[in-house]
Design a protein around this ligand. Structure first.
Ligand code: GAL
Length: 515
């Protein structure tokens, strides 16, 4: 039994006592020590929100001076995205600000997380290409949010690098750390009066591994064994630069916060063997720790990660590790560059030990002697990677507290996909109740410092390489209609109900509102 499991065993009797129903949400999970539904409330100032990202919703890909991004190029290349779908129009949010804000009001959220498209503001990525029309668009969004009393949380980079910067190497070129901080500076200057919650990067692990290592996302590179490490390395420095710019130039005037968003599964050992327990720990250390440890701990990668990659690199006949190193001054620059912890969480995986290092194949995926898998018993969403395992949320939040201390946490994304065939979203209704209930347990029972929760997503949108076939929306969008009408799903009503009650009161079924 690991430490966290022990905590769970000791604290869960409280849950049962606190619940007036002793009920379970998913048939697959019926452990009274772990899965019992908890009645209770979040703090009064808890920030309820929904999230989206520029390329996934805006459309208007070449309008009003916007430059192309790597996602424009990638989706326009045949065979990269399901049915060659693109974000050219997407949800047409560029032209539908009022309707989007109306939906936010219907849901009753206090906050909206969206991202800025870098190449709308700087079409070639660098300062000399400043595009006032791009700035004006985001000003219109911010003004509409302000009028509705909804707080913006703004992501600077949700994967849509200006293509002109990819043409000179993208995130594998260390100059990106400078270009990104110039871009961040412009955004702080132009929007900082209205934006108090900033996120530099969304999920570095996804855009670096899928984009620079596996070639499944833009820019589609397969620099196996090197690409992700290099790209992530640059982005960590870029983040630190942007945080310092805010800290020095804007914080005292604008009074906002700047941080970063990581995504992680909860990694559960597949068996209780010592090897699997170590493998699961290693997986968390490298998956979340790779990006979070430098910023939240000491300016450097976790020791175990450095050791593993160095060893495998040596095995492969290399004289230096494939994992780049930070200089002492870079470490000082990076450590402590956070104002909160942003977490995207969707699912849980099993991890088991398996010798994977290969003398000839350099690959991020083979550097750590482990294998991940899912449990067939776990309910499944439409995305192949997304099994529904609510209790993983609570364990992951506990892990963050254990590793990074009492840092304020915003859950910046959580949600599930349904396929084009699923007309009803009963499963999503259950998903939100169960996952949010685990957040409540983490808050009330474990004392994790959780400040807010953002559902992914406000509406169906362009799900990267899966196009429009995986639907994450609280609102359904009809992509066959040029008007892109949005209609609330059942889960939108459930989410609105949870927000209205600020948690769960007496009966979980009362957490539902008519929209
Ligand atoms: C996240 C990503 C979002 C969205 C979501 C659902 O990784 O930040 O943009 O695609 O997953 O897959």
């Amino acid at each position: 039994m690991n430490f966290l499991a022990l905590v769970l065993a000791v604290t869960f009797p409280l849950v049962i006592a606190a619940s007036s129903e002793g009920s379970f949400i998913f048939d697959a999970f019926q452990d009274p020590q772990r899965d019992t539904f908890l009645i209770g409330n979040f703090p009064d100032d808890f920030l309820w929100g929904v999230a989206t990202a520029s390329y996934q919703i805006e459309g208007a890909w070449d309008v009003d001076g916007k430059g192309p991004s790597i996602w424009d190029s990638f989706s326009h290349s045949k065979g990269k995205v399901y049915q060659n779908q693109t974000g050219d129009i997407a949800c047409d949010s560029y032209n539908k600000i009022q309707r989007d804000v109306e939906m936010l009001k219907e849901l009753g959220v206090k906050a909206y997380r969206f991202s800025i498209s870098w190449s709308r503001i700087l079409p070639t990525g660098t300062l000399e290409s400043f595009n006032q029309a791009g700035v004006d668009y985001y000003r219109r969004v911010l003004t509409a949010l302000e009028a509705a009393g909804i707080e913006p949380m703004v992501t600077l980079y949700h994967w849509d690098l200006p293509q002109a910067l990819q043409d000179i190497g993208g995130w594998e070129n260390e100059m990106m750390a400078v270009y990104f901080s110039d871009y961040a500076d412009i955004c702080f200057r132009e929007f900082g009066e209205k934006v108090k919650l900033w996120i530099t990067f969304n999920e570095q692990i996804v855009f670096t591994v899928f984009g620079y290592e596996l070639g499944m996302h833009a820019p589609g590179l397969k620099h196996s064994g090197y690409g992700a490490y290099k790209a992530a390395h640059t982005s960590i420095k870029a983040h630190a630069n942007a945080w310092h710019i805010y800290d020095k130039k804007y914080r005292s005037k604008q009074g906002g916060k700047v941080s970063i968003v990581f995504n992680s599964d909860w990694f559960e050992p597949k068996t209780d063997s010592y090897g699997d327990q170590l493998a699961a720990k290693r997986m968390s250390d490298l998956y979340m720790g790779w990006l979070a440890h430098p910023i939240f701990v000491n300016g450097d990668y976790p020791v175990i990660m450095k050791e593993y990659v160095a060893n495998v690199s040596r095995l492969q006949g290399l004289t230096t590790s494939r994992l780049p190193t930070f200089s002492e001054s870079e470490k000082r620059l990076i450590a402590g560059t956070f104002d909160f912890f942003g977490l995207n969480h969707y699912t849980t995986s099993y991890v088991n030990h398996k010798s994977t290092a290969h003398p000839r194949i350099a690959s991020f995926m083979l550097d750590y002697d482990m294998e991940i898998s899912k449990d067939d018993a776990w309910p499944k969403a439409a995305s192949s990677w997304l099994s529904i395992v609510p209790w993983g949320m609570r364990r992951l939040l506990g892990w963050i507290k254990e590793h990074y201390g009492d840092v304020p946490i915003y859950i910046t994304e959580n949600g599930m996909s349904q396929s084009e065939m699923d007309i009803k979203d009963e499963l999503r209704v259950k998903y939100f109740k169960a996952y949010i209930n685990e957040v409540l347990k983490a808050h009330l029972i474990d004392g994790v410092n959780i400040k807010g929760y953002f559902a992914w997503s406000l509406m169906d949108n362009f799900e990267w390489a899966e196009g429009y076939r995986e639907k994450f929306g609280l609102y359904e969008v009809n992509f066959d209609d040029p008007e892109r009408p949005r209609t609330p799903r059942e889960s939108a009503k459930t989410f609105a109900g949870i927000i209205k009650n600020n948690g769960f009161t007496v009966s979980q079924d009362k957490s539902k509102t008519e929209l």
